[in-house]
Write a protein of this length. Sequence first.
Length: 409
Amino acid sequence: MTTARARAPIPWAVVGAGAALIAVTTGMRQSLGLFLRPLAATGLGIATVSLALAAAQFFWGLAQPTFGVLAERVGARRVIVGGGLLLAAGLALTPLVTGPLGLFATLGVVSAMGAGAASFAILIGAVARRVPAEHHALASGFINSGASLGQFAIAPLAQVLIAWQGWQVALWALAALAAATTVLAGPATGEARGAAAAAATPPPPLLDMFRTAFADRSYWCLHASFFSCGFHIAFLVTHLPNEVALCGLPAGAAATGLAIIGVLNVAGSLTFGWLGSRYRFKSLLGALYCARLLAVAAYLLAPKTILTVYVFSAVLGFTWLATVPATAGLIGKLFGARHVSTLLGMTLVTHQTGAFFGAWLGGVIMARSGSYHDAWIIDMVLAAAAAVINVPIRERPVVRAVAVATGRP
């Protein structure tokens, strides 16, 4: 059976549909920073809107393992369809609510949970069960690149709609697009309409797997470094538009910067997905975090021009989500492909906890000091810590040793 699986081809139709699906859901989520200033101008204030966007970061992460477990029982297709409808509902209702609580509920919880139902953990987990082990990182990088293409396409579209028809119409247009993504659920999972999780295979012993994973030092190291990754990405995607405005640059420069991040991350995701079959995952992760540290330091020292923003965005884009294929590959290497959806989902909860603080603290620091300087310093410190934390990771299977000791298959 092992030989047959190793010789199996990569199901590019499933991988391609998954990349298209995540392009829409992640592209929308990564473009919400463009709505920060319009929403703040309604009287809510930048700190309140930042808190709602920070909550969205956290609940998107919380949705990963939650929907991952649900998908194993009712089928990934049903989960993705429900998530697309939730995302559409949250975006469509946001212009209709008034006050911080309503914004928190629609943009911070409902839309975020919906986007999480069709994101990395479920899609990469579904592909990991259909792709030969030696190609896991490459397939994950391909799906990951879809998220980048979505950001490249949707950020400029959202900015044009905001300038042309206002932020309300822009959100309604994105809601309609989110609802349309439900047609990709079947092709992205390989499941027929109405199909549930395979009854022939009993659900994995999740409690035992959690005990095994959280007893392993390497898994904790992944969580710690992913916290830094979440802080970095959420801070930038939420506050880069406002940072550009503070530098006296046009709003279009921010949208272009986000688009550059998206398109360069396609190259970064595919490159590091390919490198994952040739080098140790922990070495790749360490290099990525070091590159982020150097990029932020160079940005702080450079003159704030449009060229600086574009070069900074290009460097960040190459490392943006390239951590995901390496992290997913390392989890599969440690615990097996069967548990990638759930255990990668758990690391994404930690990732999005860091994202909450990145989005929220950025707004707090800005509101109190009128500058993001201290937030940049925190980002650099966390990047340095993440690079060091990956050093003690041991890349060897953990599940096999536990299976022998407990008698489980």
